[in-house]
Design a protein around this ligand. Sequence first.
Ligand SMILES: [Zn+2]
Ligand SMILES: [Zn+2]
Ligand SMILES: [Zn+2]
Ligand SMILES: [Zn+2]
Ligand SMILES: [Zn+2]
Ligand SMILES: [Zn+2]
Length: 540
Amino acid sequence: MTDLPSRYGWTDIMKRLTVISSLNSSGSIDATTLDRLLSRASVEDLHALFELLIDGQGGDLERHPWPRILAWTLTCPNEIRMSLVSNIEGRSSPMHRLRLWLDGYTERFDIDEYAALLVEAEQEEQFTFVRRLFKNAAEGKRQVSPSDLKVLLGYGAGRSSLGRLDPSLEIALTIVADQAHGFVMERHVGEVLMRHFAVESSTDYKVVGLFDECAGRAVAWGYDTDDNISRKAKPKELFFCEGRKAAVLDKEYERSFWWCRNKPCFMPSRSCKPVEEWRGYTVVDMLSILGRSWSDEEYQLFLGGLNRLNALLARLNCRSCGHMMRPQDQSNFAFYRATKFKCVNDACAEKALVYLNRCWQSKCLSVIDSRDSKACSNGMYICSVCNGCCSSKVFERRLGAIRTVGQAVPDGLMQLVVANAGHAETQEYFCHACGGPVKVVSDDYRKTLEWLKGHCRKHPSVKDGGQRSDGGWWFKLDVPPEKYVSLKKLGFQLVKDKRFNTPLVAEPWSSDKGSVGSCMNNKCRMHRVPRYGPKAVFIE
Ligand SMILES: [Zn+2]
Ligand SMILES: [Zn+2]
Ligand SMILES: [Zn+2]
Ligand SMILES: [Zn+2]
Ligand SMILES: [Zn+2]
Ligand SMILES: [Zn+2]
């Protein structure tokens, strides 16, 4: 439509538009045409156009071109916009009215009407609803009262036949409504999840949304300004920021830092947001808008609990009946700290105890599931990710903890400590599938290592070398590029060093050694030909 008629031919335009929208089965009008038509219309024209469009589409407001027309009303002078929107609102279904509010077109708000509808809305819409509610409160447009929260929480799991509040949203609202008690995993999370997932799979669910996510580890490049900070990837399996403030300043730049998974981070991801960033509001913004106070330390511990919980949720269902297992030796709602679980469904025959534990290796922290893992000779379940199982240090720590609280020390634990029997220290690794030994490094790897050690600074190709603090060797070589590739295939790591233009060749870190292994039992499903090349690399 290049020969666009003037606004005086408006009746013709509308006729044509009606024809277009009724002819096109998707009800769509091409966007440029619509914009050009709209820009020439008077208010009366627009109202007339709306009538026609509604008739043309059988009154279906969810369909195109309504979103476009709505977006366009935002560019109109206020009075015209309000008149158009209220025209649309008057014709809308209740759900569409709620969406008009969610998208910011209307200010009309009725908590009772909307709360009942909200349970049918998408998860994202539910989050937006609560965030917009608090945005309005932050702008002083409308107070959020405890009774509002009560109305919303009235629609939690199973309380409405039409749908439910998202569990994460329910958790956040429960915390805000009950802030007198702080952040309590059992009361604010365990009870909610148990209600939602008692008879339904939690496998694909993660607590998300209204809690502060880790934005990545912050590294500092200089003294105390935000410009000297950049974000790197966040630690594995970490959703929420759990950085704990260090009691001292960083030595290099004399600035505050936080411990996050055993490494420093120079800026935690927990802070309140200005109202312009309301779409990212979390539970602490909600508390702050209501004028409540909270402890950041308690919040940090709580987020750490949620991280552990998210890793567990995928494994909390009974594999026989699908119901959520209950913690044993712990309160019903303490799944985040329990390690023993059991199905409590009377109709289910599966009554075996299931152990869910985090791998103690700080580089791994995967969930070890007794249904998938065999135990090592010390009775500890083997991690399916890193092949680690037990450590004398961990046994000693446990013994210390038991003595501190004055409980009786189990005989087995005492023997393990006395025998110094931990497998991490002896560098023995086992297969989680069959319990058999895992070959950590190939003979060829070992032969090559011995050759390098024997020729260090003696052979012209081995310029330099030495041992790291963990005992692993490193070498500075002068060899053709293809040798580096072979050495890497064999299991060595190549470490960049700014001083040289070729990498250093080093042994893997001791905590990574488990991951270079392969189950030696050829009947086991984990049995694989070793990843590393079949031939030793000799350098001459
Ligand atoms: Zn973090
Ligand atoms: Zn951080
Ligand atoms: Zn069961
Ligand atoms: Zn592990
Ligand atoms: Zn072990
Ligand atoms: Zn195996």
